[in-house]
Design a protein around this ligand. Sequence first.
Ligand SMILES: [Zn+2]
Length: 187
Amino acid sequence: MFVRGTDGSAWSKAWSLVPTVTLHLKILTAPTSFTVDQMVEGMRTVYATRGIGVAVGSRENLDLPLLTDLDVGSCTMGSVTTEQTQLFGNRNNVGTNQVAVYFIRSTNPPSNGCAAFPAGRPSCVVTSAASQWTLGHEVGHVLGLNHVDPTDRLMMGGGTWNITNPPPDLIDSERATMDNSPLTPSI
Ligand SMILES: [Zn+2]
């Protein structure tokens, strides 16, 4: 940005760099209640309140009918099923420290999404049943956030359909965790 001051001198200020997570959207089954774009917009709205950027690096449809109803087991961070490993092997365009998001029909057992991923392959799944806040919630887990109790927070553990007083909140300590993640380089 360049501004000419009232004294005639020119001065400049560099745009500050914004910690930004880059998503690669991989669609096996389109969600039903909200579009993928609406979910990205919902995520951007919440993340922007804490100065975290959300970029879409690529988008592709995947024809993987055997994986669109995905076994996720207990959905525990760091532990994945054979099907999750197979799905997360589809990483066209996904650069180092970028996140692959797979839009699938359902998980077994049923959920809005799951953010357990194998080491070195940051990923999450979002199901057809997801709310507009599920994408941001699952990526929040990928960035290191855990569940919390207050129902007006993005990371509330009771299901994002039950979030109260939307848009949901991120707090300062969550912002610090997200900022510290290698998945949010400043760009
Ligand atoms: Zn969660």
